[in-house]
Design a protein around this ligand. Structure first.
Ligand code: OSB
Ligand code: MG
Length: 371
């Protein structure tokens, strides 16, 4: 059995977040991205989403490098090779260095197409068993502490299972301390997006007082050595995000003791197959994982939900409901969170349909690649 691919499409979309999302490295509001579409001879359509941002702040990839790499290198590889199972795609793409978000965008569409052809939900195709998943929410840096407290109240009320707060030098210990006073028992974590160095050791160690679930990526985006030094003197678990691009990175971080928790993002690690490998390794070692977010539209959100059904995703992820981000999402139904839980769809593939009207509204152009 092969997956006989007739055509690939790249759809370029632009959507606008309801509210600006502020991190230590910059503020997001316009979101440009690609929806990838893999089509077979029977008319089945598999969808993926590219998660790179417009500027190379989070990682070196951008929307435009994704286009260049997909169009000039990755799609030609798919054209030349017969694919039996989506697991092969990672291997086929291996000669192309990094560019993991570009790879994941295409691999995701092939996984969805594969699952639809097999009449399986993407969650089942990946080996996931959960019927529902727990989710938290990530809150950006706010103008004032009262603004932040109000937001947290709202999300705790809505039932989100944990609150993640973005921090940076000048918006850290004092803010978190005040938040803790208002929410003594809420599961709270902090994400620094690489805003600190080992020179800030004292400041970071102070966070140990606040009973945080974890601190995400406090140090450099490409470091695993300094994180090990920091973890050895901190009680709060360190979670790595930016530093982990592969199963190899995961093994090294584990051996060095650079973190106790891993945030798995499908785009950052080059696709669902690699994400699953990281998951399996962490499960074997007893390291907890959760699924991160990249302010995705509905297709990317659906992929995150399917991945999170694997057992070692024991901590709530960042895949909040569609309506937290968008006036209108591109899928139907939209992703709905009730009491901090998403019901995993059982329909074939990603389990959500493209809302053609909304999709066309946000699509700037589409390119076709015939196989
Ligand atoms: O570090 O997880 C991150 C948003 C943009 C870039 C990086 C990150 C984030 C988030 C939000 O924390 C995740 C989401 O809600 O999709
Ligand atoms: Mg992060």
């Amino acid at each position: 059995m092969t997956i006989p691919m007739k055509q690939f499409k790249l759809h370029k979309l632009t959507m606008r977040l309801k509210n600006p999302f502020r991190t230590s490295f910059g503020t997001f509001q316009e979101k440009e991205f690609f929806i990838t579409e893999a089509i077979d001879y029977e008319g089945n359509r598999g969808f993926g989403e590219s998660v790179a941002f417009s500027s190379p702040w989070y990682s070196e990839e951008t929307v435009m490098t994704n286009l260049h790499v997909m169009e000039d290198f990755l799609i030609p590889i798919l054209k030349e090779n017969e694919i039996k199972h989506p697991d092969q795609v990672t291997e086929l793409f291996r000669p192309i260095r990094r560019n993991n978000m570009a790879k994941a965008a295409l691999e995701g569409a092939i996984w969805d197409l594969y699952a639809k052809r097999e009449n399986l939900s993407l969650a089942k195709a990946l080996g996931g068993g959960k019927k529902e998943i727990d989710v938290g929410i990530s809150i950006g840096i706010k103008p004032t502490i009262p603004d932040l407290i109000e937001k947290i109240h709202q999300f705790v009320e809505e039932g989100y299972k944990r609150i993640k707060l973005k921090i940076k030098p000048g918006w850290d210990y004092e803010v978190l301390k005040e938040v803790r006073k208002h929410f003594p028992d809420t599961p709270i974590m902090a994400d620094a997006n690489s805003a600190y160095t080992l020179n800030d050791m004292d400041k970071l160690q102070q966070l140990d007082e606040l009973n945080l679930m974890m601190i995400e990526q406090p140090l450099a985006h490409d470091d695993i050595v300094d994180h090990a030094k920091l973890q050895s003197v901190m009680k709060t678990p360190i979670c790595l995000d930016e530093s982990i691009h592969s199963i190899e990175d995961t093994k090294k971080a584990y051996e060095l003791g650079s973190c106790k928790i891993i945030n798995i993002k499908i785009g950052r690690v080059g696709g669902l197959t690699e994400a699953k490998k990281i998951h399996d390794f962490c499960q074997e070692k007893g390291m907890e994982v959760w699924c991160g977010g990249m302010l995705e539209a509905g297709v990317g959100r659906a992929h995150n939900i399917a991945l999170t059904t694997l057992n070692q995703f024991v901590l709530p992820g960042d895949t909040a409901g569609s309506s937290q981000y968008w006036e209108k999402d591109i899928i139907k139904p939209e992703v709905v969170v009730e009491n901090g839980v998403i019901d995993v769809p059982e329909r074939p593939g990603i389990g959500y349909e493209i809302d053609e009207k909304a999709f066309n509204h946000f699509t700037e152009w589409t390119k076709n690649y015939h196989f």
